[in-house]
Design a protein. Structure first.
Length: 343
């Protein structure tokens, strides 16, 4: 009736959604879409998940689709990989990726290498997901970032979302992919609300694996990050803008395959590069980005050496003041940008 009267109908507005709810939506929609999809892990069913990512899914889909497992990462990861080899689509949740060390043989030797070693005859469409990297006050054995570890291994795809839109779109794309995918979430982002666009609210919304996103346009320096440090980069960019420095912020979204073309195009424009990550410096994601830029044509456009901002090269301390000094902060990014620009 409004349309007939010539009135303009307003499009559904973007809504605020936490990363936790975005992941829950993605799992719900993919469980509904494809009966081969199932979720397994510790406390994912009757308890609704240790972080409530799977809230309500067991009641909706039952014991065969949402499965509680014993505390045995090697065991349930192996079950999941075997299920994927016969074309089910398991989503294997690790309560934290630090515990994925128990199952790294299953992830690498079984999941990542099988398609290649079978000459393509056996695909392994599986998603390994859960919180990755440091949380708060959980010390060294619960604070490791696996982005560089898994990004090192051919046969895997590795994604690392920041926003709610990232989380939903990348999880849905990962579940639909015929390759093993490691999805590295961040516990400290679970409760953070982000704007979810009208497009992202669709059940068919996916984000292509292997494509970065420019979160903020800039002309003076390129900031490249993934996961929670993307937010820190945006905060640093806001601080620096008050001093006349315009930062271009790139959200990598995917660690492997890496969208180096987007980074190169940005470096050609800004002539400066700073990488930011929560992991350790040696052989890190930032080190790989810097090496790729060094080896490519964008190197000729750099006016200064690239600068890396990383976690401290130590096991994570328990004490909060020490922990804060081991994780990249906004002030560290501001300092690195000024170093790169020589200001």
């Amino acid at each position: 009736l409004q349309h007939r009267r010539g009135l303009r109908l307003s499009a559904p507005a973007a809504i605020q959604v936490t990363v936790r709810d975005a992941l829950n939506q993605a799992l719900d929609e993919e469980l509904e879409r494809d009966e081969r999809v199932f979720l397994l892990g510790e406390e994912v069913a009757q308890y609704d998940g240790a972080y409530k990512i799977s809230r309500g899914l067991w009641k909706k889909y039952g014991d065969k689709r949402v499965i509680d497992t014993p505390i045995s990462e090697m065991g349930f990861a192996g079950i999941a990989v075997g299920a994927a080899m016969v074309w089910l689509r398991p989503v294997c949740e690790f309560m934290t990726f630090n515990f994925a060390m128990q199952a790294i043989d299953q992830v690498i030797n079984s999941a990542a290498k099988t398609c290649y070693m079978s000459a393509g005859a056996i695909a392994v469409p599986i998603v390994f997901r859960g919180p990755n990297g440091a949380s708060a006050g959980v010390a060294a054995q619960h604070s490791q970032c696996f982005a560089a570890w898994y990004g090192h291994c051919p046969g895997l795809k590795v994604v690392s979302p920041w926003s709610a839109e990232d989380a939903k779109g990348l999880l849905k794309a990962s579940i639909r992919d015929d390759n093993p995918v490691v999805l590295l979430e961040n516990e400290l982002l679970y409760g953070v609300p982000f704007e979810l666009s009208e497009q992202a609210q669709s059940k068919e919304f996916v984000i292509p694996i292997g494509k970065a996103k420019i979160e903020r346009q800039g002309t003076h320096v390129t900031l490249v990050a993934h996961s929670r440090p993307v937010g820190h980069c945006l905060e640093a960019a806001a601080v620096l803008a008050k001093e006349g420095v315009e930062c271009e912020v790139i959200n990598m979204r995917t660690i492997r395959p890496m969208d180096i073309e987007t980074v190169e195009a940005s470096v050609v424009k800004t002539n400066h590069l700073v990488t930011v990550e929560g992991g350790w410096p040696q052989f890190g994601v930032g080190a790989e980005i810097c090496a790729r830029i060094m080896e490519g044509s964008a190197f000729n456009y750099l006016d200064a050496p690239a600068v890396r901002v990383t976690g401290a090269d130590v096991p994570m301390p328990y004490a909060k003041i020490l922990e804060d000094n081991c994780i990249p902060q906004v002030k560290d990014i501001v300092f690195a940008v000024k170093k790169a620009l020589n200001i």
